[in-house]
Write a new protein. Sequence first.
Lengths: 208, 299
Amino acid sequence: MSVNDPQRSPQDGPVEPISDQIATIVARVRLGMVKISDGKRSAGAGSVIHASGLIVTNSHVVQSRDIHVQIGSDRVVRGHLIGRDSSTDLAAIMVEEDDLEVVQMGDSSQIRPGEVVFSLGYPWGIDGGLTFGVVIQLGPWPIGTSSDRDNLLSASLHLRPGHSGGPMFNSRGEIVGLNTMMQGPDVGVAIPINRAKSFLKEALVERA
Amino acid sequence: MSMTLEKLSEDFAEAVESASSSVIRVEGRSRLAASGILWKEPGVIITAHHVLQRDEKLSVGLPSGETLKAELVGRDASVDLAVVRVESDLSSAVWKATDRLRVGHLVLALGRPGKNVMATHGIISSLLGEFRIPFGSKEERLIQTDVVMYPGFSGGPLVDANGAIIGMNTSGLQRGISVSLPLQALEGRVTALLAHGYIRRGYLGISLQPVRLPTTLRRQVKQETGLLISGIEEDSPAEKAKLFQGDVLISVNKDPLRFPDDLLHHLGKDHIGEEITLSTIRGGALTEIKVVVGERSST
């Protein structure tokens, strides 16, 4: 039964449809997620932002010159670094592909504490490990720091090595952040997607 | 209409927003600030006792960003509660008593250790039954959740999916477990602290341990154990009544005393000043001793 099935009976209990919805959204986001490695070890994940091969990830995920991008379950292509900024931990890479599935773009300025969010990635290399929680806040993290650059998206979910660069997305399946680090075992911290948008704009302009 | 994920997410965010105007930053320790909640009465804020490491130079941060000086009203360390007062007419209208709370309900925990309100989520893990707390009293209504209490979340509210504040969270009451004091447990205590500055408790001034009674006595008093007095405080009601170390208490006002908890029921604040009769074994013989329950102003 599809989530948008208008025939869905109102007697359907609330729990099952919600887990169905989660599964549907996650499956869709997963199509636009890629695995990034240096050819030997998996380094993290990335999100396809444009169908013609533009991918955004963390700078620390693409430290090697060799960038191998796994699309889907088996196809591996070479990635080309088109920009990176280690201070914001962002990087943009291109793959020579067209018609890729993309991750739907969200707006991190609209994020509110309490909203449900999910993170996908390759924790310890495991394909597409999913975790979920709610937004703790969009603001300086750790608390007490104050520059705008420290405004990060923190959520009550469990990021692990390999989630890095992967999408943090909302209940509509829109990417709102890039998984970046964990603060202790119980806080997942992401770079707000709007910062990645400005970074991409700059990276593309410089390249042009 | 069946619930959608998007609606659930929206409801959570709404719940956080509606409760967030009652969530206060409380500065009363050297490291990270903690959280507090506007009470129903204007200018009153409740927080966790353990996050106020000092009694003076307290301040609070309001949702508006304003910082105000706060004065300590009182503490009830037994449930990790403290009450402070600020010069403001702010109060909270979203407190709600929780008779219908069940294990499995989704809840949110809010905090404001910094400028922004912060939120996390969890489920009700257990509604604790009679729960023993220090200083000889009991709290029968504690909420246990699986909420991860982030640094500075203690003293903040537990919020239901509708945005009502149903309790105050603390990680300082039971080590490693997140518990919340529901409104019903807070109400009497906050009122007492506002009226007296402390919680009134009855006391006798004795330390007790249960002991097995000798066979003949067991038959005579028809109980297996009594309470051996292992210590007596100076100037206490017990000392004045000439209770002695080594006495074994058998009953209070004819109610059997088998375990220390049995005595606590007779030492509530309503019993302060009341004369109680203790049946005691002294030198192998039963004797009756009258004691007036004293008042201890514990913090």
